[in-house]
Ligand binder design. Structure first.
Ligand SMILES: *[C@@H]1O[C@H](CO)[C@@H](O)[C@H](O)[C@H]1NC(C)=O
Length: 416
């Protein structure tokens, strides 16, 4: 018998059961798809669920639209341009970074930040963790949390993750709790929030964001704010950003411009902090070197199309949200929260059906509608419902299935 080469604990000990169970379910759903020979429409619908679910496996929600046509057309003409096949500067194309700095001024009121373009916001987050945290450092998140951020901590050895509570009514991070935790030793190295939230869709108002930022500043902790869904705000609410020498902001092109597969995100980090840019660059040079050039071009041309294009797409999502809110009524009014922003509603399952994985599996198998178990985000007994991945007509079908499923769940339980 030889000695087997062993796998790293950093990977093995990173949260996986959630993924494994979702994959199991995913395989079940796939079989359901192959049964769908009853007509093209149904097949397409099932495929829609299948596709949106497949995306969930790797990241988060999706939107149903593609990037602006004008931007795609321009990029199509660029493929023979030699620069597209070369490396670019690590921190991103100068034209794109300039355009982003302008955008940060205009849309986010961030005036003292530098920009690093990354291969999506998940990679941006990993860069940040590697640049700011050492293995063993304490970090803070709030439940329900964005699971990929949790995993990024775990796989870089930052395993002292303290998960704080959210206000039970608003789902906003609990600042009083944060104050307590920041006053204890070891002082957390980094605090992270998502605004508006994934998986909750909760908006963090400017005043609360300021409070969180000031608490972090006086404790000497970094604050990392994920603004992936900055344009996904509803009901007249406005998204705001916060700036400071201890604050890093993350952004993404994936949802706003329908660029999920192009993998472009960026970090806005404080220019003044000595050494930060150098450390971020060191890490960037070892992971993607630079974000794909063709994708950066598409991001630049999409930005030129303007944020009005995005707002125009986003404004119709409230129709999907209304359909799904209606579908969730069997759970009771007080059970459904969030949805002020982003693409998500966060719903509590009935008290006698708190095994979220079981309910999700049952809904997929019996009612052919797929939602995400809250356990994946530190919220057992809840489910996350995305209202961004389907066109209104498809969403209507999904909502119908969800409603029938939940009605049956509440009335008869999980009958086979
Ligand atoms: C959001 O911003 C708009 C435009 O600046 C403003 O008219 C509106 O009152 C703001 N909404 C809230 C809830 O603050």
């Amino acid at each position: 018998m030889g000695t087997f080469a062993r796998l790293a604990r950093r990977a093995l000990e990173t949260e996986t059961p959630v993924m494994v169970q979702i994959q199991e379910l995913f395989r079940g759903t796939k079989d359901a798809v192959s049964l769908a020979q009853v007509g093209c429409l149904l097949a397409c619908l099932l495929l829609g669920f299948f596709i949106s679910f497949a995306f969930h496996l790797h990241l988060e929600g999706v939107v149903y639209w593609q990037p602006p046509k004008k931007a795609l057309d321009k990029v199509k003409e660029m493929v023979w341009d030699p620069s597209v096949s070369c490396y670019g500067t690590d921190e991103g194309l100068p034209e794109l970074r300039n355009a982003l700095i302008e955008k940060l001024h205009r849309d986010n009121k961030l005036y003292k930040s530098s920009v690093m373009v990354t291969a999506g916001a998940n990679q941006a987050f990993v860069n940040i963790v590697l640049a700011l945290c050492d293995a063993g450092d304490r970090v803070v998140m709030f439940a329900p949390y964005y699971f990929n951020a949790y995993m990024s901590f775990q796989m870089t050895g930052v395993t002292d993750i303290v998960v704080g509570p959210s206000n039970p009514t608003t789902l906003q991070p609990d600042a009083d709790w944060l104050k307590e935790v920041l006053s204890k030793k070891p002082v957390p190295k980094l605090v992270t929030v998502v605004n508006p939230g994934n998986p909750s869709g909760t908006h963090i108002p400017e005043s609360l964001l300021k409070t969180i930022s000031e608490l972090c500043k006086s404790a000497g902790s970094w604050l990392v704010v994920d603004n992936t869904y900055e344009y996904f705000m509803y009901d007249g609410l406005n998204h705001s950003c916060i700036e400071g020498d201890h604050v890093l902001n993350l952004f993404s092109f994936s949802k706003a411009y329908g660029m999920m597969g192009w993998r472009i995100g960026y970090i806005a980090y404080p220019t003044e902090v000595e050494g930060l840019a150098e450390q971020l660059l060191k890490i960037q040079d070892n992971i993607p070197i630079c974000a794909p050039i063709i994708s950066q071009r598409l991001a630049l041309y999409s930005l030129e199309t303007g944020t009005e294009w995005v707002r125009d797409k986003v404004k119709d999502l409230v129709k999907n949200r209304a359909l799904l809110l209606d579908a969730l009524t069997p759970l009771g009014l007080d059970s459904v929260k969030g949805g002020e922003g982003a693409l998500y509603l966060w719903a509590k399952l009935p008290d006698d059906h708190q095994d979220d994985f079981k309910v999700v599996r049952w809904l997929a198998k019996r009612h052919r509608v797929v939602v995400i178990p809250g356990s994946a985000s530190g919220g057992p007994g809840y489910v996350r419902i995305s209202f961004g991945g389907l066109k209104e007509s498809d969403c209507e079908v999904a909502a119908g299935r969800l409603r029938r499923g939940l009605e049956e769940l509440v009335r008869d339980g999980m009958v086979e």
